[in-house]
Write a protein that binds this ligand. Sequence first.
Ligand code: PXP
Length: 242
Amino acid sequence: MAKKEISLGVNIDHAATLRQVRGNTTSYPDLLSLVKKIKSGGGRQITIHLREDRRHIQDADVINLCKKSPLPINLEMAVSREMMTIALKNKPAWVCFVPEKREELTTEGGLNVVKVFSEIREMTDILSKKKIRTSYFIEPSLEQVEASAAAGADAIEFHTGHWVLSKGAAKKKIWKQMVAAAELAAERNLRVHAGHGLDYEHCKFIRKLPHLVEVNIGHSIICYSLELGIAKATKEIIRHLK
Ligand code: PXP
């Protein structure tokens, strides 16, 4: 049997972070130009998180990328009316519902689907009528997978952050939970996605997760890009100085 290919979604939030630390006053980085390069590198989708505090991706980015991106857009967003209005206006290919706290450095845990069940079910139904597919960013727990299936999600994305940061027996325990949750998701016809904190090393393991069809990776790719590109960028600046 042919080996399944895991589709890569590239999260470009931190490219926008670099732009926003200069208050969006620079012509770089140009997100659309990065998207084109990601496509040429084999990325299959672009993931962006429009946060309530707009710390990286801006409303104008959502509009521009949903209109012009040559790759499908996966819009990560909180379970909120404000975000629903934006999603319905811009029609990304996917909406990924994530939990959100203003003060967090990054998305620290999975969404509690049980807690927001009636809201998320209603939003999922509205989005699916507009042909926007939905995934829920959850911890790898059977309860969360069951709730996601019952609410009508097309996919679940396991928050891999705790697995990435844990070691030894704790890491093995989370892996087992992830395998069991992935098996249940497949039984419930949910696509299995994963993301958060993944780097080259983690990719060697996460690809062994049963039923995994997609990963979304951001921070490490942006950091690797600096390493891979800094000599070239330095040369370019020197050329402009001559
Ligand atoms: N998937 C989801 C749902 C996320 O919220 C994030 C982080 O914004 C990622 C994937 C990517 O995580 P990282 O930047 O750590 O690779």
